[in-house]
Design a protein around this ligand. Structure first.
Ligand code: URA
Length: 448
């Protein structure tokens, strides 16, 4: 009999390979957690290369079941690996009635269900030094399996997700894991809670999900970490949701005009786009700005942060403004459409171009911004903004060549959208130069 110690999938795999190579049958191995004592020899076997050909489905099954809390998992995993490596794996894995296959499949499903719940129910709060903190209490060891989703989703934030057994910390470049018991952070009320409540209200709105289904999707044991849980009862009455309080957009230390009135904008139901968006994203900038930039609609990051052009397209825009000699906080930046239109693609929210009726429904808010800011020059970036401001559907190249005035009297320049530069491949350089030159021209006209 031999003892083998496994803490996670990687350490189990290392040992399992060596045991397999040394032809140690499963009944001769006692699997332990680190620190457990055993009567048997735990002398490590020499590292072994993967010799047996293991089908991909088995590796996935083993990876998922390694996260399960059941202490018998390591032994079960090795037994299945042994049987597959030594026998006819194809028929074995396809045999749902096989007791080992069935048990590990049930474990893997429980793990994946919990990963899914973690993705849905983790809530960040602002902690010290701009670090976002979240607390989650999983039953299984799923932190490493779940954390990459948050890296992809909240790449521009610095965050830590703590659990009773360890933590994941994203510093903007990599995720570092801490494998030590963590204490639950003290509860703090924070403006983000209101944002999450809006987000939740938009995702689980009663027009699409009834309260019974909502309770099924949100198990009660997660409620204590969810600011929006208090909305569940209220959300069972659709009217309340329509009037639910929404987060006031935050604008850190820079001038912003409350145009359009953010509370009114947040309750806008002029088209269905509000249903799937986290919040409406108003424009921002000084009320007396001489230049107004108009984009298409908020993207994924803008939707979460409540500010225009703070994602990848925003970075292109910042660079073009810099090269054009324009300070971003001297101009007013907004979008033709104020809610993010998207469709799910796996776990991602993929941008969808707004339809003409949605641009028209949102016109009211753009007109209000124009009426308050009264810019001397408007720059319409891309086809959606160009349509909102000219009513024309000509190509950007044609509109760009025209001398135009908006109905308000402001000079109107149509140019390429920063996202076109991101997609532009070999034309990217030329498109960027055009955008920068048009911005410079707008700055020149405004300077008078
Ligand atoms: N694209 C836009 O048009 N606007 C934004 O705010 C972000 C991306």
């Amino acid at each position: 009999m031999r003892a083998a110690v496994a803490a996670d999938f990687a350490s189990w795999r290392r040992q399992a390979r060596a045991l397999l190579q040394a032809a140690v049958p499963p009944e001769d191995v006692e699997w332990q957690a680190p620190g457990e004592s055993s009567l048997f020899d735990a002398e490590p076997l020499p590292d072994a290369k993967a010799t047996a050909r293991i089908p991909r489905e088995l590796v996935s099954l083993l990876e998922a079941s390694a996260c399960h809390a059941d202490p018998d998992r390591w032994a079960l995993m090795y037994r299945l690996l042994w049987r597959v490596a030594r026998g006819s794996h194809r028929t074995l894995l396809a045999d749902a009635a096989d007791a080992d296959v069935a048990r590990l499949t049930t474990m893997a499903k429980a793990v994946d269900r919990e990963v899914h719940k973690m993705h849905a129910f983790v809530r960040f709060k602002t902690g010290a030094a701009g670090l976002y903190e979240a607390w989650f209490e999983p039953e299984h060891d799923i932190l490493r399996r779940a954390a990459p989703f948050f890296r992809d989703r909240f790449a521009s934030m610095r965050w830590i997700i703590a659990t009773p057994r360890g933590a994941a910390h994203w510093n903007g470049e990599e995720i570092a894991y801490v494998d030590a018991p963590m204490a639950r952070p003290a509860a703090s009320q924070d403006a983000k809670e209101a944002l999450w409540r809006t987000y939740y209200a938009s995702i689980f709105n009663p027009a699409r999900l009834n309260p019974k289904a909502m309770r099924q999707h949100m198990p009660q044991r997660y409620w204590k970490n969810l600011p929006e849980a208090q909305d569940i009862v209220r959300m069972s009455r659709p009217r309340d949701v329509l009037q639910a309080p929404v987060a006031a957009p935050r604008w850190a230390g820079r001038v912003r005009v409350d145009v359009p009135d953010p509370t009114q904008l947040q309750s806008c139901r002029r088209c269905p786009l509000w249903e799937n968006a986290t919040q409406a994203v108003p424009g921002e900038g000084p009320g007396a700005a001489r230049v107004m930039l108009v984009g298409e609609q908020p993207g994924d990051e803008e939707d979460l942060k409540g500010r225009p052009f703070v994602g990848p397209a925003g970075k292109v825009l910042e660079r073009a403004l810099l090269e054009a000699g324009i300070a971003r906080d001297s101009i007013y930046v907004t979008n033709a459409v104020k809610h993010f239109k998207w469709e799910p693609r796996g776990k991602r929210r993929l941008h969808k171009t707004p339809a003409q009726r949605e641009i028209e429904a949102c016109q009211l808010w753009l007109d209000r911004e124009l009426a308050v800011v009264k810019p001397e020059v408007i720059v319409a970036m891309g086809a959606t903004a160009a349509f909102a401001l000219t009513g024309e559907k000509l190509s950007i190249a044609k509109l760009r060549a025209m001398q135009m005035r908006h109905a308000s009297g402001a000079r109107l320049i149509v140019t390429y959208h920063p996202s076109a530069i991101l997609r532009g491949e070999e034309r990217a350089g030329a498109l960027f130069d055009a955008l920068r030159d048009d911005l410079r021209r707008a700055g020149g006209i405004a300077a008078g």
